[in-house]
Design a protein around this ligand. Structure first.
Ligand code: PLP
Length: 376
């Protein structure tokens, strides 16, 4: 895979090699169950404790506010259902039309059980405005969930303002920060949020590990029942290797955050200027304030899926909508929600760059797109 260009970092990321080495030692040597009292379990137990502290520091939380899960999907399900199952059904839930399916399908299940869910509409750039939330929230609202950054078009949301509105109405505020953690600066105390979902494999950790931040004092119920792990709130033997790997990968990303952001932004600017130089006619989706490196481009008159396959044949991995959506052969719900014309939406690709991409990769992506879209 030496010459392969991986530009789908919003789908998943390459594992941090240092984090992988540490992970290995917890699979091969220190494999004791952290709940047991004997010697072999002491190192794993300590490692889980230190990982919790490390992750908390990376997002400005306290260590007892971090709860380990199996990833972003579980964290989202837990946040929303762990609240809904114990709330008065006369109360409602508010989310946005552009959330990941981990939230949208959780809401759909809740609606089938008789809960009321209201959906916020984004503006044309994918922004959920405070005005939009003000127009739908009432004192009947118990829970508001708006993602920190969108996985298809990269739009970063005004979370602090949205959270203030939710709290004015005594509603809890959750944010799905799966695409944002490890890529932009996040301070949960500054944002004021009650709950935050995250997933390790989006920031160079291993797949199948994540966490839910639960602010101290927030009423939250168990969603997976069983043993007494995670302070009786999330049962199941801890994925020690995954947790340790996640903490190391996150710490390494946070230590290099400014440098990585600047570097990825530079690659992004270079790519767009090469596309312009080649005379490619594109629309950039997502507005001004997007995640570094997440580039949603629409090429009117073309087919995004065909572009993806041509790029794949040229040794380059990109995406159409979001990876979780690629099996559903219809226009993405996000592009629909921002009112993109269907013909334009069909010609949309997502290039998501990461810290491991190089200038040479950018040149290859631009050249290949030009070959596919003009010089064919
Ligand atoms: N939320 C967002 C915004 C995502 O982009 C994803 C994955 O793409 C998820 C949730 C699901 O995370 P996981 O793959 O860890 O289940």
């Amino acid at each position: 895979m030496k010459h392969y260009v991986y530009a789908d970092n919003a789908a998943t990321t390459e594992i941090d090699i240092g984090a992988f080495d540490i992970m290995k030692s917890f699979l091969l040597n220190n494999y004791g169950n952290p709940s047991q009292p004997y010697l072999l379990s002491r190192t794993p137990k300590k490692a889980v404790k230190e990982a919790r502290q490390c992750i908390a520091e990376c997002i400005g939380a306290n260590s007892d506010e971090i709860f380990f899960t199996s990833g972003g999907t579980e964290s989202d399900n837990w946040a929303i259902k762990g609240t809904a199952f114990f709330m008065d059904k006369n109360k409602n839930i508010i989310t946005s039309e552009i959330e990941h399916h981990a939230i949208l399908n959780s809401c759909l299940s809740l609606e089938k059980m008789g809960y009321s869910v209201l959906y916020l509409q984004p503006d044309k750039n994918g922004v959920i405005t405070p005005k939009e939330l003000e127009s739908k929230i009432t004192n009947q609202t118990k829970f508001v969930s708006v993602m920190l950054a969108n996985n298809e078009i990269g739009t970063i949301q005004p979370i602090k303002e949205l959270c203030e509105i939710a709290h004015k109405h005594n509603a809890l505020f959750h944010t799905d920060a799966v695409q944002a953690v490890g890529h932009i600066n996040i301070d949960v105390k500054d944002l004021g949020i009650d709950l935050l979902s995250s997933s390790a494999h989006k920031f160079n950790g291993a797949k199948g590990t994540g966490f839910l931040y639960i602010k101290n004092g927030t009423e939250m119920h168990s969603f997976i029942d069983g043993g007494s792990q995670e302070s009786d709130l999330r049962a199941g033997t801890e994925n020690v290797a995954g947790i340790v790997c996640m903490a190391t990968a996150l710490k390494n990303n946070i230590l290099q955050l400014d440098k990585n952001q600047k570097y990825v932004k530079k690659l992004e600017t270079k790519l767009l200027s090469l596309l312009e130089k080649d005379g490619l006619n594109y629309i950039r989706n997502g507005g001004e304030n997007t995640l570094p490196g997440l580039i949603s481009l629409s090429f009117p008159g073309f087919d995004g899926e065909a572009i993806l396959h041509c790029m794949d044949l040229m040794g380059i991995a990109i995406s159409t909508g979001s990876a979780c959506d690629s099996k559903r052969k219809k226009v993405s719900h996000v592009l629909k929600a921002i009112n993109l014309d269907e013909k334009v939406a069909k010609g949309t690709i997502r290039i998501s760059l990461g810290k491991n991409n190089t200038e040479e990769h950018i040149e290859r992506i631009a050249n290949s797109l030009a070959k596919i879209l003009i010089k064919q």
